[in-house]
Design a protein around this ligand. Sequence first.
Ligand code: SF4
Ligand code: SF4
Length: 356
Amino acid sequence: MKFVSQGFTCTSCGKCCTSRFEIPVEHDKAAQIKQTAVYQRCSKEGFEPLPVLAGNHTFLGYNEAGQCLFYHNGLCCLHKEQGGQAKPLICQVYPYNFVNTPDGITVSLLFSCPSVIAGNPDNGEEAKNEISTLLEQERLPVLSQIKNHILVTSWETMEWQSYLRWESRFLEEWNGSSPLQGLLEATASLIESNGTQPASADLLEKTTEAISQFAVSCLVYLEQDVDDESFFSALHNDEKPASHRLEAPLPQFSLLTPHSQIEREALTRYVRNQVEGRLLLIGPSLVCRLLLCTTALSILLYDLNVMRERDGTRHFDFHHLQQAFATCEERLVSQSNDLEPYLLEMEEYLFGSVSY
Ligand code: SF4
Ligand code: SF4
């Protein structure tokens, strides 16, 4: 088992229990939870803390404010009543994320947790021991299985060992002061030469344009209750349409660089976590995942800029960073199914642009 080399300490902020995350509950765990006093009290009050959705899958239920029905006064009542093991597995291991690779399980972190974004120091061996115990008991929720052949594009593969060489090169060459540029160069180089040569200026330019256009479409996708076509055209024509999401007018989109050292470090930790955690290998292809990650981070930097302008703040604001990561992680990267057809289309278009 390999842990990505960065810290996490739970600050009990409660975000993971109050954000309406879709948390599945194992069948036997649901039966145990139904015996607890807190479940029975919620049921008597007319709530359903364990709704059965999507066929016969049980999930945690939420109140109107998006709080888990077991969350009370800043505490998990299941944990308080019966200990940590009474909680669903996902709650026990959050914000750790597991990918099963040909070299074993890789453990990364989810940037939906504010403490992970802040890069709080590691809680040492404790989490590692708990995760190792779950692994021994075969109870670890391993979400993704990576095979020996990595899909570079949706039609081209790379052997696992070649992928590992690409990964080391990428991490060695990583330049935190211009993260979008680094991701764009890596993506174009993968499309053109399987990552063995630097990308040509022509393909780099086309990839940059494609990302910018896709990011504008994503800005429309992220809004609610707007007329998509007129919002899209207002954004294109720099008419500064009003965003409900950011409560501010949206300026013309552009690819930005981090504004401060703290932003730079947070983005570097995020990208390293994606790469070392093998999260780029989930999804239709490595190129598609890089395109998604680049788009999400381009929106993150754009959002930070909009929020700075909105609030007239010159300096770094952690709440801005937290809100921008929530959009990046929870609405784009983790919910990529909706965006997959567009990513595949972009991949095909860019591959078709390569002149051999
Ligand atoms: S979001 Fe992170 S820091 Fe906050 S309670 Fe959950 S695990 Fe702890
Ligand atoms: S079960 Fe407990 S830990 Fe899980 S979301 Fe609900 S309150 Fe939080």
